[in-house]
Design a protein around this ligand. Structure first.
Ligand SMILES: [Zn+2]
Length: 295
């Protein structure tokens, strides 16, 4: 489904805690484009850290120019320590926080983050929840100190000259949907390196993404959907993504039995290296745009 036939270009100067919102009407474009402040850094290192927050997701992204994005915040205050391990102690700002969906193991830590950090913009899919934790999150997201937007396919967060975070899903208004189904799916690209971040997106959405993007889903690193549950990671989807690394963000001895053995077998069969946060702790990838390395 197409968005409104106009684009809004939003320039965020977070570093100076100053925000420009510049509406631009384009004749043919039907997408949102987001530009997060950039500086001229011809070559540098992109960091993507899959944070160990127990059972839940939290992914920290830092572009070569220093722009920072947090995708999900785990289930509680342990996010603060996890961030402290990958961010300088004096750094109390994040440019963008993305809540992939409203389940507690993804947004439970975000109220702590929004209280502690200057956050320039919050993105979410737009499917709420009656839970206290969602209300706490919304209260802070709506406090008027930051942009609060719905993520929609076609949005691009340009984090640096050559670093883009593209929103692939939702491509329509998911109001009334089950929360996992509405998960934001985003693909981060820096030169030759790519990461596919999927929240708890279920198999039916994975199959739908194949119809939308096909081979363009191919990514070096796949954050396996829903903590390695069998309700995600369809064989036809993982075969198209063809990840070199599969990340499973999961708590030790979690009560859901995640990850499921058939998902581990599937990635092994694909020849992907599997990293689990319950076994390896925080997993940090670095890329110079050509070579991908990990800790
Ligand atoms: Zn989850």
């Amino acid at each position: 489904m197409a968005l409104a036939p106009h684009a809004i270009e939003i320039m965020i100067k977070i570093r100076q805690h100053f925000i420009f919102v510049l509406p631009v009407v384009l004749l043919l474009a039907n997408a949102f484009t987001w530009y997060v402040v950039w500086s001229e850094t011809p070559k540098g290192i992109l960091t993507v850290a899959f944070l160990d927050v127990g059972q839940g997701d939290a992914i920290y992204i830092e572009a070569p120019n220093g722009n920072q994005v947090l995708v999900d915040g785990g289930s509680g205050r342990q996010i603060l320590r996890a961030l402290g391990a990958v961010m300088p102690f004096y750094d109390h700002s994040l440019d963008v926080v993305i809540a992939t969906h409203s389940d507690a193991d993804h947004i439970g830590g975000l109220p702590f983050v929004l209280d502690r950090f200057n956050v320039g913009a919050v993105l979410e899919p737009g499917v709420g929840s009656e839970t206290n934790i969602y209300q706490e999150f919304e209260k802070r997201a709506n406090d008027g100190t930051r942009l609060h937007e719905l993520a929609r396919r076609g949005m691009r967060l340009r984090l640096d000259n050559n670093v883009a975070l593209d929103i692939l899903f939702p491509d329509q208004d998911p109001t009334g949907w089950e929360t996992n189904t509405a998960s934001i799916v985003a693909r981060l690209v820096y030169g030759e390196s790519s990461f596919l971040l999927t929240g708890d997106s279920p198999i039916k959405i994975e199959k739908y993404l194949i119809t939308l993007d096909g081979e363009k889903l191919q990514s070096d690193v796949l954050k396996a959907g829903h903590h390695g549950s069998r309700t995600s990671s369809a064989p036809e989807y993982t075969a198209i993504v063809k990840p070199e690394y599969a990340i499973i963000s999961v708590g030790k001895n979690n009560r859901y039995g995640h990850p499921h053995q058939e998902v581990l077998d599937l990635f092994a069969k694909l020849g992907a290296t599997i990293f689990r946060t319950d076994a390896s702790g925080t997993i940090v990838f670095k890329s110079d745009g050509a070579t991908l390395t990990h800790n």
